[in-house]
Design a protein around this ligand. Structure first.
Ligand SMILES: [Zn+2]
Length: 270
């Protein structure tokens, strides 16, 4: 049950903070925003740069981004720190800027938490990539994914941000290797807020609770923060694993998976 993204180009860059919620694109660093003299953000950017230089006590260049995923990152060039901040920080309260300063100078953990809170409160300012309109296939031969989704959302994620769900086409999720074959039963596409379920699960002998389990796992990717630690995104965090256990048919579903994986693999696209 993977996802579409791969870690971005993180060489020489340390990603400090990412949006605490998915639904946005993979980490991308590089490609500064061009700043024209007439840019209305230039004044606030300079003020922010001056503020942070003062609190860090070191030369620092601030670039403003419209990133969807990485809200704050820093790159060092000798004594110079290049800091990239999402535009939401342009009018952040003084306390948040002080926290950013403390975080930049010595990675203070408490400071990180208050930055996370600020980012979480400003989620609505993170630009979402437009999803190309295409008819997602929710109605399978056996299961209607929109109904399964609605039921799970009602029971487990009543406050969840919208997510789309679709049956995958054909056997594209199947992988064969020399040692073993695996099936990617569900995939969460971060940048599209889309979950694709393997069509092999759309069969009458597959119990509803197992399909629900696969979808539940992918929904957790949609709602549980995926922090970047040492430049690597963590998908299955401790919180994630704990919340998996909250699925009411957890044991039954895992057990069914063990007993039927071979059959699922053999059935390919059903
Ligand atoms: Zn997963």
């Amino acid at each position: 049950m993977g996802r579409s993204e791969t870690p971005g180009q993180l060489a020489f860059a340390q990603v400090l903070h990412a949006a605490p919620k998915p639904g946005v694109v993979p980490v991308r660093i590089g490609g500064l925003w061009g700043v024209s003299p007439a840019d209305p953000q230039e004044g606030p950017r300079r003020a922010l740069e001056a503020h942070l230089s003062r609190s860090v006590g070191a030369p620092l260049v601030v670039s403003i981004t419209d990133n969807r995923r990485t809200m704050l990152s820093i790159r060092r060039e000798g004594a110079l720190r290049r800091v990239r901040l999402h535009h939401m920080f342009l009018d952040a309260p003084e306390g948040v800027l002080d926290a950013v300063g403390r975080y930049l100078s010595h990675g203070e953990e408490g400071a990180g938490r208050s930055i996370d809170t600020f980012i979480a409160e400003n989620q609505h300012r993170i630009h979402r990539r437009r999803v190309p309109r295409r008819p997602w296939a929710t109605r399978g031969r056996v299961f209607d994914l929109s109904a399964v989704l609605a039921s799970l959302v009602g029971r487990y994620f009543p406050a969840m941000a919208p997510v789309a769900v679709t049956w995958g086409r054909s056997a594209s999720g199947l992988r064969t290797s020399s040692r073993r074959r695996t099936i990617r039963m569900g995939t969460y596409y971060l940048d599209e807020a889309l979950i694709r379920i393997h069509p092999a699960l759309d069969q009458a002998w597959v119990p509803l609770y197992f399909l629900e389990w696969v979808l539940y796992h992918e929904l957790l990717h949609h709602v549980v923060p995926m922090p970047v630690i040492n430049g690597r995104r963590c998908y299955h965090t401790e919180e994630f694993r704990t919340r998996e256990l909250a699925f009411e048919d957890y044991t039954r579903a895992r057990d069914w998976e063990r007993r039927n994986l071979r059959r699922l693999l053999a059935s390919r696209d059903g």
